[in-house]
Design a protein around this ligand. Structure first.
Ligand SMILES: Cc1cc2nc3c(=O)[nH]c(=O)nc-3n(C[C@H](O)[C@H](O)[C@H](O)COP(=O)(O)O)c2cc1C
Length: 290
């Protein structure tokens, strides 16, 4: 994936931006975004994820017509809309690729915000032309960041506790879930893990838990689903946004690992990884390249 700025700066500098200037995105940035989306590699589980950028156009007042966000987003210059089949692996892959697009937007000087709930699903699905069985789990709004926040953005960010992140040792473990992993003990993987910690997640729930396997240096990713999201999944048509969060985490881990010289690959390990019944659901592992 091609970024002009150092990827670690992008990961560290990203935060959700919900209020934009009334400015369209310059044509060269639109072009760069489109070619980035067109050149994305296959995601870890190989799902077919379709991503489409739609932008406000000074010559077309209807370019974003109907793409509503219930007032959460002010003056969007565009959206990235994604569609995928609704399996957990599909949602993971969707999160993986959409987050790469989110970092690319920042690379182009644009702010963005993930939207999993606050968007008019049927309108966005219509715009991407969603196919049989596909869903639009989330979209990304984008635009030139405004220095000001709308009152609604202030309310949303206070509610989601946006800046707050769980401590490193509450998220990452050494060997099994009874041994917290400190950044110092994580050694060369500390930056990749910290990059996961800085990632966005639905309602800032940070459901990722990662165990380092001391046998081969793998990192096993678990999803600790929050009770609120578990309840939501019982609703008809509710999307497992925390599966999307796991893909976002894997995207940050991959990019940061690569930037710090760690080579590895995603796989599901055949034997049971070090687990704990309360730990959550095993999702995937990153294993060092042999
Ligand atoms: C899958 C997903 C769905 C999200 N849905 C919404 C949403 O519907 N409305 C919203 O205002 N923010 C949404 N967010 C943004 C999160 O609230 C935000 O990422 C989190 O609070 C952390 O803040 P930060 O992105 O500024 O670091 C979503 C984030 C993710 C990853």
């Amino acid at each position: 994936m091609l970024f002009s700025n150092p990827i670690l700066d992008l990961i560290r500098g990203r935060k959700s931006v919900r209020t934009y200037e009334r400015e369209p995105v310059p044509p060269e940035s639109r072009q760069a975004l489109e070619s980035f989306l067109g050149s994305l590699p296959g995601p870890p589980f190989g799902s077919a994820v379709r991503l489409l950028a739609v932008s406000a156009d000074p010559d077309d007042p209807y370019a974003l017509k109907g793409l509503g966000t219930y007032g959460i987003i002010r003056n969007p210059a565009g959206f990235i809309i994604g569609a995928v089949q609704p399996s957990d692996d599909g949602l993971f892959d969707f999160g993986f690729l959409m987050e790469a697009a989110c970092l690319k937007l920042l690379d182009l000087g644009l702010g963005s915000c993930w939207l999993g709930g606050s968007f008019r699903k049927s309108r966005f699905a219509g715009r991407i032309g969603s196919r049989e069985g596909e869903i639009v789990p989330s979209v990304l709004s984008f635009g030139v960041p405004s220095g000001k926040k709308s009152w609604i953005e202030r309310v949303v960010t206070a509610g989601a506790g946006s800046a707050a992140r769980l401590p490193f040792e509450d998220l990452f473990f050494d060997g099994d879930f009874s041994h917290p992993l400190t950044a110092a003990a994580a050694g060369t993987a500390a930056v990749a893990l910290e990059s996961v910690r800085l990632g966005p997640s639905a309602s800032n729930r940070q459901p990722w838990r990662i165990v380092r396997d001391d046998r081969d240096g793998s990192f096993h990713f678990f999803l600790r689903m929050s009770a609120a999201y578990q309840r939501q999944l019982k609703w008809v048509g509710a999307v497992n946004l925390q599966a999307v969060d796991m893909g976002i985490a894997a995207c940050h881990f991959s990019l940061a690992a690569e930037a710090t010289g760690l080579k590895g690959r995603w796989r599901r390990v055949p034997g049971p990884p070090p687990s704990d019944p309360d730990a959550g659901l095993y999702v995937v592992s990153w294993s060092p390249a042999e």
